[in-house]
Design a protein around this ligand. Structure first.
Ligand code: HEM
Ligand code: HEM
Length: 207
């Protein structure tokens, strides 16, 4: 490669905020999680844990058996894609570089700045402490929802895992609350993506 070509490759790599593997896994995950939430809500309606049901217009699968089929189909997409993202995130050092360290003092300061509209979004390649906390938090919620999901899917074969959650019934509550955390994240996350549209552009075209 000529010196100019090398320089231009280096320059475009520097401009890239999110490499292709992050963008691809991010958007596959968005589709998979919407299928998991919609079908999960339909499964919930068959035997509600609480005194409410999800409106049918926002559920997927039409009835319990249909919803379970959706849940177990999209599960593979969600898990395989999630594994690719997490393994690459660790191996490339992206998680360490972008999501760590998280200092409580910085979280408080950045949250205060965000709520008073003083938080800078000038450099999209650096996450503020609140973003770091939310992104790391949702990755952990993703791991918990998979492990609790596995323990309610195969409570006999994976009984040690199910026992770790305190049994089948407790694992079901853990699964539900992990979903609640992910939905809460998603609401804030999508609002922020539209409040800072250039961040959305970066997650689509990379810069
Ligand atoms: C490996 C991944 C997953 C597995 C193996 C799995 C498995 C299951 C199983 C077996 C049930 C039925 C529980 C029952 O019969 O009561 C269930 C319910 C449910 N799942 Fe998942 N799930 C996974 C991921 C997810 C994800 C990513 C979400 C949403 C973000 C989700 C949301 C729900 C909800 C809301 C319910 C209904 C809760 C209830 O009433 O028990 N699941 N899941
Ligand atoms: C469908 C709606 C979604 C939209 C519009 C969206 C948008 C975005 C945007 C614009 C960014 C870059 C933001 C930034 O610079 O801070 C981003 C990053 C991220 N999003 Fe989403 N997102 C969506 C769904 C999701 C879902 C469902 C999850 C997980 C449950 C998720 C998890 C993440 C994570 C972990 C990052 C950081 C990725 C990294 O830097 O490695 N997003 N998203």
């Amino acid at each position: 490669m000529t010196a100019e070509a090398t320089a231009s490759v280096a320059q475009s790599a520097r401009r890239t905020i999110h490499p292709a593997w992050v963008r691809i896994t991010h958007w596959i995950n968005a589709v998979a999680i919407i299928m998991m939430i919609g079908s999960g809500w339909q499964i919930y309606n068959a035997s509600p844990l609480f005194a409410f049901e999800f409106d049918k217009s926002i559920t997927l699968g039409d009835w319990l058996a249909g919803a379970l089929l959706w849940h177990f189909a999209a599960m593979w997409l969600f898990v395989v894609n999630g594994l690719v993202y997490v393994v690459l995130g660790v191996l490339t050092g992206r998680f360490r570089r972008k999501l760590l360290p998280i200092r409580p003092g910085e979280v408080v300061a950045d949250l205060r700045a965000a709520l008073t509209g003083r938080l800078s979004h000038d450099d999209l390649s650096i996450y503020n402490a609140v973003q770091k906390l939310l992104y790391l938090g949702v990755i952990i919620a993703g791991v918990i929802i998979v492990l609790s999901g596995l323990s309610i899917w195969k409570p006999v074969q994976l009984q040690e895992l199910t026992a770790l959650f305190g049994g089948y019934d407790a694992a079901r509550y853990v699964h539900f609350f992990a979903m609640t955390a992910i939905v809460g994240f998603l609401l804030i996350h999508v609002i922020m993506a539209f409040v800072v549209p250039k961040s959305l552009r970066a997650m689509i075209i990379g810069r």
